[in-house]
Design a protein around this ligand. Structure first.
Ligand SMILES: Nc1ncnc2c1ncn2[C@@H]1O[C@H](COP(=O)(O)OP(=O)(O)OP(=O)(O)O)[C@@H](O)[C@H]1O
Ligand SMILES: [Mg+2]
Length: 398
C-alpha cells in the first residue's frame, strides 16, 4: 500500500519549476522598476571611484520596497566595477537586525579582513583604527551597507555608528570607508550626532511603495523562473498585485504567489488560479513578518503567544501589561518553561516593539508602578497565534 502511495505522490506533477526562486532570500539578478534609484546610487558613489573620496548614503522606504535587494545588487556591481578600474574595494553587507549588537556588527565588518590581531578585547574605536590602518597599508577601500540600521540604533544607541564615522575621519588621509544605511524612515537620525545626521539627510534616496502595475511586473519576472510555463492563470497575477498594492510590499506579493502555488499543487495539480490566491490570503498576513519572528528567542515567542491569546479573547485592540504577563506565565506552563522575571519581561516588550511587531502606549500608574497597553501592530491575533505555535512546535521538536 505504501509503495502505491509513494509512487502516486512521486508521479504527481508540480506547478513549480524552481520554488527556491520565490524564497525571501533570493535576490533576482535584475530588479524591476528600480533603475532610476540604481542610477542615483551610481551618481552618488562615482566620486569614490574617480576621486577616491568616501560617501555616505541613506536609503529609506517601507517594508518590502527593495532596500535590501537594491543595496545588495549595487554593492556587488560596485565592487566589480572598482576592481576593473584597479581599485582594491571590498563590499560588505551587514543586516544590523540579525547582527543585533555592536560586537556582532564589527565582527561581520572585519571578518574578511586579515587584520592579524585578535578581535576580542578591543573597543569598537580601537578595532576601527586597526581597520583604517589596514586599509591605508594596503591602499584598499571598504564600502559597507548597514541594512536595517534604524532598528539597530533604537536598540543599541548611536555609539557604534559614531565610531565608524569618526575613526574614518580622524585617520588623517582620505577616508577609505564608505557607507550605505537602510531604514524604514529617517526618524532614527534624531538619535545620531548632527554631523552624521546631516550627511545622511543630504544623500538620501527614498524608495516609493510599488503600485499594482509595478508589482505585477515583479511577479511576472519571478513567475517565469519559478513556475513551469502556463501554470499560472492570467487573473492570478492581477489579483495578487491588487491585493498587495495598498502596502506596495513586494515581499508579501511574492509570498502570496508562492503560497497560492503550493495550494494549487495539493490534490489534483491545477493551474494557479485566483481562487488559490484567495485561499492563500486567508492563511498569510503581511503583518506577520516571518523573517523577523524567526529571529526571536523562545521566551520572546512565548510572550507574543500570550499576548496574541490575550488579545483574541479580549474585545479591545489593546491589553494591559499585567494581563499580558499573566497570559505569558500560562503559556510558559503549557510549554514547561520557567517564566522569566518581571524585569526581563519588560525587556522583551522593548525589543519586540523596536522590531515593529507590537505597539505600546502608557496606560497610567498601575499597582506595580508603570503600566502599558500593548497591541500587535499589524496582524490579526489569531493568525499570529497560529504562526507562533508553529514556530514553537518546530523549536521543541529539535
Ligand atoms: N524591484 C524589484 N524587482 C524584483 N524583485 C524585487 C524588487 N523589489 C523587491 N523585490 C523582492 O521583494 C522582496 C522584498 O524586497 P527587500 O527584501 O529588498 O525589501 P526591503 O525593502 O529590504 O524590506 P524590509 O524593510 O522588510 O527589509 C525580496 O524577495 C526581493 O527580492
Ligand atoms: Mg530589507
Amino acid at each position: 500500500m505504501y509503495r502505491d502511495i509513494f509512487e502516486e505522490e512521486m508521479a504527481r506533477g508540480s506547478v513549480f519549476k524552481d520554488q527556491s526562486k520565490l524564497s525571501p532570500d533570493y535576490v533576482p539578478g535584475e530588479l524591476v522598476h528600480r533603475e532610476e534609484e540604481f542610477r542615483e546610487l551610481i551618481r552618488l558613489f562615482r566620486s569614490v571611484l574617480e576621486d577616491r573620496a568616501s560617501q555616505r548614503v541613506l536609503i529609506t522606504g517601507s517594508v518590502g520596497v527593495g532596500k535590501t535587494a537594491l543595496t545588495l545588487r549595487f554593492g556587488e556591481e560596485f565592487e566589480s566595477v572598482a576592481k576593473k578600474k584597479g581599485l582594491d574595494l571590498t563590499y560588505v553587507h551587514i543586516n544590523c537586525r540579525k547582527q543585533g549588537t555592536p560586537p556582532m556588527v564589527l565582527h561581520k565588518l572585519t571578518s574578511n579582513l586579515p587584520l592579524g590581531v585578535p578581535r576580542r578585547g578591543f573597543t569598537p574605536q580601537e578595532l576601527m583604527e586597526r581597520v583604517v590602518d589596514y586599509l591605508k597599508k594596503r591602499d584598499a577601500y571598504l564600502t559597507v551597507t548597514l541594512d536595517e540600521l534604524d532598528y539597530f540604533v533604537r536598540q543599541n544607541g548611536p555609539d557604534l555608528l559614531y565610531s565608524l564615522t569618526r575613526t574614518a575621519e580622524e585617520s588623517g588621509g582620505p577616508s577609505r570607508l564608505s557607507m550605505i544605511a537602510t531604514a524604514h524612515s529617517s526618524n532614527f537620525l534624531d538619535r545620531v550626532d548632527d554631523a552624521t545626521k546631516s550627511t545622511f539627510m543630504h544623500n538620501s534616496i527614498d524608495l516609493d511603495k510599488y503600485n499594482a502595475e509595478q508589482l505585477a511586473d515583479i511577479l511576472k519576472q519571478r513567475m517565469k523562473v519559478a513556475f513551469k510555463s502556463g501554470m499560472v492563470e492570467e487573473g492570478t497575477i492581477e489579483l495578487i498585485s491588487d491585493i498587495s498594492a495598498r502596502r506596495g510590499d513586494a515581499r508579501f506579493a511574492l509570498e502570496l504567489l508562492w503560497f497560492a502555488g503550493r495550494i494549487a499543487s495539493q490534490g489534483e495539480v491545477e493551474e494557479v488560479s485566483p481562487n488559490h490566491v484567495r485561499k492563500a490570503k486567508s492563511k498569510i498576513h503581511p503583518g506577520i513578518r516571518r523573517e523577523v519572528l524567526g529571529d526571536l528567542s523562545k521566551h520572546e515567542l512565548l510572550f507574543l503567544l500570550g499576548l496574541s491569546r490575550r488579545l483574541k479573547i479580549s474585545d479591545g485592540a489593546y491589553s494591559v501589561t499585567g494581563d499580558v504577563e499573566e497570559a505569558y506565565k500560562v503559556v510558559c506552563e503549557e510549554y514547561g518553561e520557567e517564566p522569566r522575571t518581571h524585569t526581563q519581561f519588560w525587556k522583551y516588550i522593548g525589543r519586540i516593539e523596536n522590531l515593529g511587531l507590537i505597539d505600546t502606549e502608557l496606560a497610567g500608574e498601575g499597582y506595580r508602578g508603570r503600566s502599558q497597553r500593548i497591541s500587535i501592530s499589524d496582524a490579526p491575533p489569531d493568525m499570529m497565534e497560529d504562526e507562533i505555535e508553529e514556530l514553537l512546535d518546530n523549536l521543541y521538536k529539535k
